[in-house]
Design a protein around this ligand. Structure first.
Ligand code: SAH
Length: 307
């Protein structure tokens, strides 16, 4: 939008306007046609890695909204709320879902980077819209590399990562004086499972709140490991499912009781785990979406899935 506005400003204040004022319409038309060709050929390619926030369509930054409105091409993850594209992307923008789900890999990371490259080479402004923050478990480095290789301007636009969105909606501060001096965002990569130094650092850092991404299906193993490292059995655990969406659901227990309490329960993704004493602050009367929003969300999700 800004690019178009700048173009029209230059037309209205430049030689084209001058010729019109002097009554030389034919000359003004030729100059306008020239300006349009130059404008089309001007380098405009740019890559924006934009954080869309954790689920609620209000939870993205003003800058994310501004840059999304400029994009010619929007490549979006499956965790993007259906409303976000409809509200903030240009109608004429090419919108391509490139989500990767564990079960259905719609596109590999290589295919995504190829798509980005193809559109940057075609002189397009590409918005890579990612759930949460684009720098947290989101392959940002691989995608930034393409822009660097093509020498195209590139920006990371931060977003509210799932840990922050889920904690806020549950009413939990992730750090709190005398309770949690820090917070660690973690995941259980295969290599991490057998890395004893990693686990030692967890055992030593017991004053940190732990937030685990992409780890809910390994929770039984995780809880046992944490107990074996000496973490307390009564340490509170909160699992947040579909955080900040109208389907936001919280399950609270402790390291020792979680599996017995929710034995056999199948949790819906995306979900994350918050482990630490700060969970005690959880508010049951916090920010909740009204029932109408839930109905609406189901319809939009179904529509989104068909796109
Ligand atoms: N870049 C994202 C994380 C991508 S990894 C971010 O900053 O949030 C995907 C994992 O994020 C999921 O497996 C889940 O653990 C977590 N996640 C993403 N959105 C979530 C949500 N709305 N509620 C709970 N967990 C979520």
């Amino acid at each position: 939008m800004q690019v178009r506005r700048r173009f029209w400003d230059s037309v209205l204040e430049g030689p084209v306007a001058q010729e019109v004022l002097e009554g030389n319409d034919a000359k003004a038309e030729v100059l306008l046609a020239q300006a349009l060709v130059e404008h089309e050929n001007a380098p405009r390619a740019a890559l924006y890695l934009i954080g869309a926030g954790p689920g609620h369509p209000d939870l993205l930054t003003v800058r994310a909204v501004q840059l999304l409105a400029q994009a010619d091409v929007v490549l979006y993850d499956h965790l993007i709320p259906p409303d976000t594209l409809a509200r903030y992307a240009r109608k004429e923008a090419l919108k391509l879902p490139v989500g990767k789900r564990a079960a259905d890999h719609s596109r590999t990371q290589n295919e995504i980077t190829d798509l980005i490259e193809q559109h940057l080479r075609a002189n397009k402004i590409v918005a890579r819209l990612k759930g949460g923050d684009p720098g947290i478990y989101a392959h940002a480095a691989e995608e930034l590399k393409i822009a660097q290789q093509l020498d195209v301007p590139c920006q990371i636009v931060p977003g509210i990562t799932a840990a922050l969105g889920c904690a806020a909606m549950a009413g939990i501060p992730l750090t709190e004086r005398n309770v949690a001096s820090g917070v660690r965002f973690l995941t259980l990569y295969d290599a991490t499972l057998h890395d004893e130094n990693f686990w030692k650092s967890i055992a030593l850092g017991t004053s940190d709140t732990l937030v685990l991404y992409m780890s809910t299906n390994r929770r039984a193993w995780l809880f046992e490991k944490l107990l074996s490292l000496g973490l307390r059995a009564d340490l509170p655990v909160l699992l947040v499912e579909q955080g900040t969406t109208p389907l936001h659901t919280e399950y609270e227990a402790t390291l020792g009781s979680f599996d017995t309490l929710y034995n056999g329960h199948i949790f819906i993704t995306p979900a994350l785990l918050i482990i630490g004493d700060v969970v005690r602050w959880r508010s049951r009367n916090g920010w909740k979406e009204p029932a109408a929003a839930r109905r609406d969300w189901f319809q939009k999700e179904a529509h989104h899935a068909r796109q």
